[in-house]
Design a protein around this ligand. Structure first.
Ligand SMILES: *Cc1c(COP(=O)(O)O)cnc(C)c1O
Length: 366
Protein backbone atom coordinates (compact mmCIF):
# COMPACT_ATOMS: atom_id res chain seq x y z
CA UNK A 1 0.00 0.00 0.00
CA UNK A 2 1.32 3.45 -0.90
CA UNK A 3 -0.10 5.68 1.80
CA UNK A 4 -1.19 9.22 1.08
CA UNK A 5 1.02 10.52 3.86
CA UNK A 6 3.19 8.60 6.29
CA UNK A 7 3.67 10.94 9.25
CA UNK A 8 5.44 8.23 11.29
CA UNK A 9 8.17 7.90 8.66
CA UNK A 10 8.46 11.65 8.22
CA UNK A 11 9.04 12.07 11.96
CA UNK A 12 11.21 8.93 12.30
CA UNK A 13 13.97 10.86 10.55
CA UNK A 14 14.20 13.11 13.62
CA UNK A 15 13.73 10.41 16.29
CA UNK A 16 17.00 10.91 18.16
CA UNK A 17 16.76 14.70 18.25
CA UNK A 18 13.08 14.64 19.21
CA UNK A 19 13.77 12.26 22.10
CA UNK A 20 16.70 14.36 23.30
CA UNK A 21 14.57 17.49 23.25
CA UNK A 22 11.90 15.66 25.25
CA UNK A 23 14.51 14.77 27.91
CA UNK A 24 15.63 18.42 28.01
CA UNK A 25 11.99 19.47 28.31
CA UNK A 26 11.42 17.14 31.29
CA UNK A 27 14.48 18.59 33.02
CA UNK A 28 13.58 22.22 32.28
CA UNK A 29 10.10 21.90 33.76
CA UNK A 30 8.48 24.79 31.87
CA UNK A 31 5.47 23.59 29.86
CA UNK A 32 4.03 26.72 28.20
CA UNK A 33 5.44 30.05 26.98
CA UNK A 34 9.03 29.44 28.01
CA UNK A 35 12.44 29.51 26.37
CA UNK A 36 11.57 26.96 23.66
CA UNK A 37 8.60 28.97 22.39
CA UNK A 38 10.69 32.17 22.37
CA UNK A 39 13.48 30.37 20.51
CA UNK A 40 11.15 28.96 17.89
CA UNK A 41 9.43 32.32 17.44
CA UNK A 42 12.82 33.95 16.79
CA UNK A 43 13.88 31.19 14.41
CA UNK A 44 10.62 31.22 12.48
CA UNK A 45 10.52 35.03 12.17
CA UNK A 46 14.09 34.92 10.82
CA UNK A 47 13.16 32.08 8.47
CA UNK A 48 10.15 33.97 7.08
CA UNK A 49 11.99 37.27 6.99
CA UNK A 50 9.69 39.13 9.39
CA UNK A 51 10.39 41.16 12.52
CA UNK A 52 7.96 39.22 14.69
CA UNK A 53 6.45 35.80 15.24
CA UNK A 54 3.90 34.72 17.85
CA UNK A 55 3.32 31.03 18.51
CA UNK A 56 -0.32 30.03 19.04
CA UNK A 57 -2.34 26.84 19.49
CA UNK A 58 -3.43 26.21 15.88
CA UNK A 59 -3.66 27.61 12.37
CA UNK A 60 -7.31 28.48 12.89
CA UNK A 61 -6.41 30.49 15.99
CA UNK A 62 -3.58 32.23 14.15
CA UNK A 63 -5.97 33.62 11.51
CA UNK A 64 -8.68 34.43 14.07
CA UNK A 65 -6.26 36.25 16.38
CA UNK A 66 -4.89 38.40 13.54
CA UNK A 67 -8.42 39.62 12.83
CA UNK A 68 -9.24 40.03 16.54
CA UNK A 69 -5.98 41.94 16.93
CA UNK A 70 -6.93 44.39 14.19
CA UNK A 71 -10.39 44.82 15.76
CA UNK A 72 -8.75 45.57 19.12
CA UNK A 73 -6.45 48.10 17.44
CA UNK A 74 -9.47 49.81 15.87
CA UNK A 75 -8.37 48.95 12.33
CA UNK A 76 -11.37 46.65 11.76
CA UNK A 77 -14.87 46.73 13.24
CA UNK A 78 -17.34 43.96 13.87
CA UNK A 79 -19.36 43.21 10.74
CA UNK A 80 -16.72 44.46 8.29
CA UNK A 81 -16.44 42.41 5.12
CA UNK A 82 -13.39 40.27 4.42
CA UNK A 83 -12.83 38.85 0.95
CA UNK A 84 -11.82 35.18 1.04
CA UNK A 85 -11.28 32.62 -1.73
CA UNK A 86 -14.23 30.24 -2.04
CA UNK A 87 -11.78 27.47 -2.92
CA UNK A 88 -10.20 26.90 0.48
CA UNK A 89 -10.35 24.83 3.63
CA UNK A 90 -13.22 25.86 5.91
CA UNK A 91 -10.80 27.16 8.57
CA UNK A 92 -10.09 30.30 6.49
CA UNK A 93 -13.80 31.16 6.54
CA UNK A 94 -14.47 30.15 10.16
CA UNK A 95 -11.64 32.40 11.36
CA UNK A 96 -13.31 35.43 9.76
CA UNK A 97 -16.70 34.54 11.25
CA UNK A 98 -15.30 33.68 14.69
CA UNK A 99 -13.59 37.08 14.82
CA UNK A 100 -16.98 38.74 14.26
CA UNK A 101 -16.37 39.70 10.63
CA UNK A 102 -18.28 38.83 7.48
CA UNK A 103 -16.78 36.57 4.78
CA UNK A 104 -17.41 37.44 1.14
CA UNK A 105 -16.49 34.58 -1.18
CA UNK A 106 -14.35 35.12 -4.27
CA UNK A 107 -14.43 32.47 -7.00
CA UNK A 108 -11.33 31.44 -8.94
CA UNK A 109 -10.99 31.55 -12.73
CA UNK A 110 -11.23 28.38 -14.82
CA UNK A 111 -7.85 26.64 -14.87
CA UNK A 112 -6.70 28.10 -11.51
CA UNK A 113 -6.87 26.88 -7.94
CA UNK A 114 -5.98 30.29 -6.44
CA UNK A 115 -7.52 33.74 -6.76
CA UNK A 116 -5.85 36.63 -8.59
CA UNK A 117 -6.26 40.40 -8.25
CA UNK A 118 -8.68 40.20 -11.21
CA UNK A 119 -10.97 37.84 -9.27
CA UNK A 120 -10.82 40.04 -6.18
CA UNK A 121 -11.30 43.55 -7.64
CA UNK A 122 -15.02 43.28 -8.59
CA UNK A 123 -15.95 42.27 -5.02
CA UNK A 124 -14.54 45.36 -3.32
CA UNK A 125 -17.29 47.57 -1.87
CA UNK A 126 -17.49 50.26 0.84
CA UNK A 127 -18.00 47.48 3.39
CA UNK A 128 -14.81 45.65 2.38
CA UNK A 129 -12.03 46.18 4.90
CA UNK A 130 -9.66 43.24 4.43
CA UNK A 131 -8.57 40.43 2.12
CA UNK A 132 -7.57 36.97 3.32
CA UNK A 133 -5.27 35.26 0.81
CA UNK A 134 -4.85 31.48 0.89
CA UNK A 135 -1.78 29.99 -0.79
CA UNK A 136 -3.76 26.84 -1.46
CA UNK A 137 -1.91 23.55 -2.02
CA UNK A 138 1.38 25.36 -1.31
CA UNK A 139 1.35 27.66 -4.34
CA UNK A 140 1.96 31.34 -3.66
CA UNK A 141 -0.69 33.74 -4.86
CA UNK A 142 0.61 36.58 -7.03
CA UNK A 143 0.59 39.07 -4.15
CA UNK A 144 2.04 42.40 -5.48
CA UNK A 145 -1.02 43.33 -7.65
CA UNK A 146 -3.28 42.47 -4.70
CA UNK A 147 -1.22 44.68 -2.37
CA UNK A 148 -1.64 47.54 -4.87
CA UNK A 149 -5.39 46.96 -4.99
CA UNK A 150 -5.47 46.92 -1.19
CA UNK A 151 -3.45 50.13 -0.95
CA UNK A 152 -5.76 51.93 -3.38
CA UNK A 153 -8.81 50.83 -1.36
CA UNK A 154 -7.32 51.07 2.12
CA UNK A 155 -7.69 47.35 2.88
CA UNK A 156 -5.69 45.11 5.19
CA UNK A 157 -4.26 41.96 3.64
CA UNK A 158 -3.69 38.75 5.58
CA UNK A 159 -2.07 35.50 4.38
CA UNK A 160 -3.39 32.08 5.31
CA UNK A 161 -0.02 30.39 4.79
CA UNK A 162 -1.05 27.12 6.45
CA UNK A 163 -0.06 25.18 3.31
CA UNK A 164 2.88 27.29 2.14
CA UNK A 165 5.71 27.25 4.72
CA UNK A 166 8.91 28.20 2.92
CA UNK A 167 7.43 29.19 -0.45
CA UNK A 168 9.48 31.99 -2.09
CA UNK A 169 7.99 34.80 -4.17
CA UNK A 170 9.87 35.84 -7.30
CA UNK A 171 10.93 38.96 -5.34
CA UNK A 172 12.72 36.51 -3.01
CA UNK A 173 10.34 37.08 -0.13
CA UNK A 174 8.91 34.16 1.78
CA UNK A 175 5.32 33.22 2.55
CA UNK A 176 4.52 34.93 5.83
CA UNK A 177 6.25 38.18 4.89
CA UNK A 178 4.22 39.27 1.86
CA UNK A 179 1.36 41.28 3.42
CA UNK A 180 0.29 42.90 6.74
CA UNK A 181 0.25 39.65 8.70
CA UNK A 182 0.30 35.91 8.09
CA UNK A 183 -1.03 32.78 9.77
CA UNK A 184 0.64 29.36 9.79
CA UNK A 185 -0.56 25.96 10.96
CA UNK A 186 1.78 23.27 12.26
CA UNK A 187 -0.84 20.53 12.12
CA UNK A 188 1.15 17.27 11.79
CA UNK A 189 0.47 16.82 8.05
CA UNK A 190 1.65 20.31 7.00
CA UNK A 191 5.02 20.91 5.36
CA UNK A 192 6.27 22.00 8.78
CA UNK A 193 4.29 19.81 11.16
CA UNK A 194 4.40 19.52 14.95
CA UNK A 195 3.63 16.30 16.82
CA UNK A 196 0.29 17.76 17.79
CA UNK A 197 -1.46 21.06 17.16
CA UNK A 198 0.31 24.37 16.76
CA UNK A 199 0.28 27.60 14.80
CA UNK A 200 2.02 30.95 14.41
CA UNK A 201 1.49 34.52 13.33
CA UNK A 202 4.23 36.41 11.48
CA UNK A 203 4.22 40.16 10.89
CA UNK A 204 6.30 43.33 10.69
CA UNK A 205 3.53 45.29 12.44
CA UNK A 206 4.75 45.94 15.98
CA UNK A 207 1.32 47.01 17.28
CA UNK A 208 -0.33 43.88 15.94
CA UNK A 209 2.50 41.76 17.34
CA UNK A 210 1.97 43.18 20.84
CA UNK A 211 -1.80 42.77 20.58
CA UNK A 212 -1.80 39.12 19.47
CA UNK A 213 0.79 38.34 22.15
CA UNK A 214 -1.75 39.60 24.71
CA UNK A 215 -4.76 37.98 23.04
CA UNK A 216 -3.26 34.47 22.95
CA UNK A 217 -2.72 34.55 26.73
CA UNK A 218 -6.00 35.76 28.24
CA UNK A 219 -5.37 39.31 27.12
CA UNK A 220 -2.64 39.73 29.70
CA UNK A 221 0.46 41.90 29.52
CA UNK A 222 1.89 40.20 32.60
CA UNK A 223 0.59 37.57 34.98
CA UNK A 224 -2.92 38.41 36.27
CA UNK A 225 -2.97 41.82 34.54
CA UNK A 226 -5.60 41.58 31.78
CA UNK A 227 -5.96 44.47 29.36
CA UNK A 228 -8.17 42.95 26.62
CA UNK A 229 -10.64 40.05 26.37
CA UNK A 230 -8.24 37.37 25.24
CA UNK A 231 -8.31 33.63 24.75
CA UNK A 232 -6.11 30.70 25.69
CA UNK A 233 -4.19 29.90 22.54
CA UNK A 234 -0.59 29.20 23.45
CA UNK A 235 1.97 27.13 21.59
CA UNK A 236 3.44 24.71 24.10
CA UNK A 237 7.12 24.28 24.88
CA UNK A 238 7.38 20.71 23.66
CA UNK A 239 5.84 21.43 20.25
CA UNK A 240 8.04 24.52 19.91
CA UNK A 241 11.14 22.42 20.64
CA UNK A 242 10.06 19.83 18.06
CA UNK A 243 9.36 22.54 15.49
CA UNK A 244 12.82 24.08 15.98
CA UNK A 245 14.32 20.68 15.08
CA UNK A 246 12.09 20.13 12.06
CA UNK A 247 12.45 23.69 10.73
CA UNK A 248 16.09 22.96 9.86
CA UNK A 249 14.93 20.39 7.30
CA UNK A 250 12.06 22.41 5.81
CA UNK A 251 13.92 23.79 2.78
CA UNK A 252 15.31 20.35 1.91
CA UNK A 253 11.87 18.80 2.37
CA UNK A 254 10.28 21.39 0.10
CA UNK A 255 12.97 20.77 -2.54
CA UNK A 256 12.14 17.03 -2.42
CA UNK A 257 8.44 17.78 -2.83
CA UNK A 258 9.23 19.92 -5.88
CA UNK A 259 11.32 17.11 -7.37
CA UNK A 260 8.46 14.64 -7.00
CA UNK A 261 6.07 17.17 -8.52
CA UNK A 262 8.40 17.69 -11.51
CA UNK A 263 8.60 13.93 -11.96
CA UNK A 264 4.80 13.60 -11.89
CA UNK A 265 4.47 16.48 -14.34
CA UNK A 266 6.89 15.05 -16.87
CA UNK A 267 5.75 11.42 -16.64
CA UNK A 268 1.96 11.42 -16.20
CA UNK A 269 0.53 11.01 -19.69
CA UNK A 270 -3.20 10.51 -19.73
CA UNK A 271 -5.54 12.79 -21.68
CA UNK A 272 -8.32 12.29 -19.13
CA UNK A 273 -6.24 14.16 -16.58
CA UNK A 274 -5.37 17.84 -16.17
CA UNK A 275 -2.06 18.37 -14.40
CA UNK A 276 -1.40 21.37 -12.16
CA UNK A 277 0.38 24.31 -13.76
CA UNK A 278 3.89 24.80 -12.41
CA UNK A 279 6.58 27.28 -13.43
CA UNK A 280 9.46 25.31 -11.90
CA UNK A 281 10.15 28.16 -9.46
CA UNK A 282 10.30 28.06 -5.66
CA UNK A 283 6.94 29.80 -5.33
CA UNK A 284 5.34 26.36 -4.91
CA UNK A 285 6.10 24.00 -2.03
CA UNK A 286 3.62 21.31 -3.13
CA UNK A 287 1.92 20.76 0.17
CA UNK A 288 -0.44 18.89 -2.14
CA UNK A 289 -0.12 17.66 -5.72
CA UNK A 290 -3.61 18.13 -7.08
CA UNK A 291 -4.80 16.81 -10.42
CA UNK A 292 -8.19 17.42 -12.02
CA UNK A 293 -10.36 14.98 -13.96
CA UNK A 294 -14.02 14.49 -14.87
CA UNK A 295 -13.45 10.84 -13.89
CA UNK A 296 -12.26 11.69 -10.38
CA UNK A 297 -14.27 9.12 -8.44
CA UNK A 298 -13.44 6.32 -10.90
CA UNK A 299 -9.74 7.21 -10.82
CA UNK A 300 -9.71 7.34 -7.02
CA UNK A 301 -11.27 3.88 -6.88
CA UNK A 302 -8.90 2.52 -9.54
CA UNK A 303 -5.88 3.78 -7.60
CA UNK A 304 -7.28 2.31 -4.39
CA UNK A 305 -7.74 -1.08 -6.07
CA UNK A 306 -4.07 -0.79 -7.00
CA UNK A 307 -3.10 -0.04 -3.39
CA UNK A 308 -2.55 3.69 -3.84
CA UNK A 309 -4.22 5.98 -1.34
CA UNK A 310 -5.42 9.42 -2.50
CA UNK A 311 -7.38 12.20 -0.79
CA UNK A 312 -9.80 14.87 -2.05
CA UNK A 313 -8.99 18.46 -1.04
CA UNK A 314 -11.81 19.19 -0.59
CA UNK A 315 -15.00 17.24 -1.31
CA UNK A 316 -17.41 20.04 -0.26
CA UNK A 317 -16.60 23.77 -0.58
CA UNK A 318 -17.10 25.86 2.60
CA UNK A 319 -20.20 27.67 1.28
CA UNK A 320 -21.92 24.29 0.67
CA UNK A 321 -21.25 22.97 4.17
CA UNK A 322 -24.21 22.63 6.49
CA UNK A 323 -22.33 24.73 9.05
CA UNK A 324 -22.42 27.68 6.63
CA UNK A 325 -25.88 27.09 5.20
CA UNK A 326 -26.60 30.84 5.16
CA UNK A 327 -24.17 31.01 2.19
CA UNK A 328 -25.59 28.00 0.30
CA UNK A 329 -27.26 30.18 -2.34
CA UNK A 330 -24.07 32.05 -3.30
CA UNK A 331 -23.03 30.97 -6.80
CA UNK A 332 -19.36 30.04 -7.14
CA UNK A 333 -19.36 27.82 -10.24
CA UNK A 334 -15.63 27.26 -10.78
CA UNK A 335 -15.04 26.37 -7.13
CA UNK A 336 -18.06 24.06 -7.16
CA UNK A 337 -16.76 22.28 -10.26
CA UNK A 338 -13.27 21.93 -8.77
CA UNK A 339 -14.64 20.18 -5.72
CA UNK A 340 -16.17 17.57 -8.05
CA UNK A 341 -12.97 17.03 -10.03
CA UNK A 342 -9.85 17.43 -7.87
CA UNK A 343 -7.76 14.58 -6.51
CA UNK A 344 -4.57 14.80 -4.45
CA UNK A 345 -1.83 12.27 -5.22
CA UNK A 346 0.65 11.15 -2.56
CA UNK A 347 3.58 13.56 -2.16
CA UNK A 348 5.99 13.93 0.76
CA UNK A 349 9.71 14.34 1.43
CA UNK A 350 10.07 10.60 2.13
CA UNK A 351 8.32 9.34 -0.99
CA UNK A 352 10.70 7.22 -3.08
CA UNK A 353 11.16 7.43 -6.85
CA UNK A 354 9.88 3.82 -7.07
CA UNK A 355 6.67 4.75 -5.30
CA UNK A 356 6.23 7.80 -7.52
CA UNK A 357 6.82 5.65 -10.61
CA UNK A 358 4.27 3.05 -9.43
CA UNK A 359 1.67 5.79 -9.02
CA UNK A 360 2.47 7.23 -12.46
CA UNK A 361 2.26 3.82 -14.16
CA UNK A 362 -1.09 3.21 -12.56
CA UNK A 363 -2.46 6.61 -13.63
CA UNK A 364 -1.17 6.19 -17.16
CA UNK A 365 -2.97 2.84 -17.44
CA UNK A 366 -6.28 4.31 -16.25
C1 LIG B 1 -4.66 23.40 7.98
C2 LIG B 1 -5.24 24.67 7.51
C3 LIG B 1 -5.77 25.61 8.41
C4 LIG B 1 -6.01 25.34 9.85
O1 LIG B 1 -4.95 24.90 10.58
P1 LIG B 1 -5.20 24.13 11.98
O2 LIG B 1 -3.85 24.13 12.60
O3 LIG B 1 -5.73 22.79 11.66
O4 LIG B 1 -6.18 24.95 12.77
C5 LIG B 1 -6.18 26.82 7.90
N1 LIG B 1 -6.12 27.09 6.58
C6 LIG B 1 -5.65 26.20 5.68
C7 LIG B 1 -5.57 26.57 4.25
C8 LIG B 1 -5.20 24.95 6.12
O5 LIG B 1 -4.74 24.07 5.22
Amino acid sequence: MIRFLNVQQINARFERELKNSFSDFLKAGTCVLGAQVAKFENNFAAYCGTEYCVGVASGLDAITLIFKGYINLGKLSEGDEVLVPANTYIASVLAIINAGLKPVFVDVSQGNFNVTSKNIAPHITKQTKAILLVHLYGELIDVPPINELAKANNLLVVEDAAQAHGAFSNKNKKAGSLVNAAAFSFYPSKNLGALGDGGAITTNDKQLFKKVQELRNYGSTSKYINVVKGVNSRLDELQAAFLTIKLKELDNDNAKRRMIAMYYLSHIKNNKIILPKYSGREDHVFHLFVIQTKYRDELKLYLKENNIETVIHYPIPPHKQEALKEYAMVKLPVTEQLHEEVLSLPISPIQTIEETQTIIDCINSF
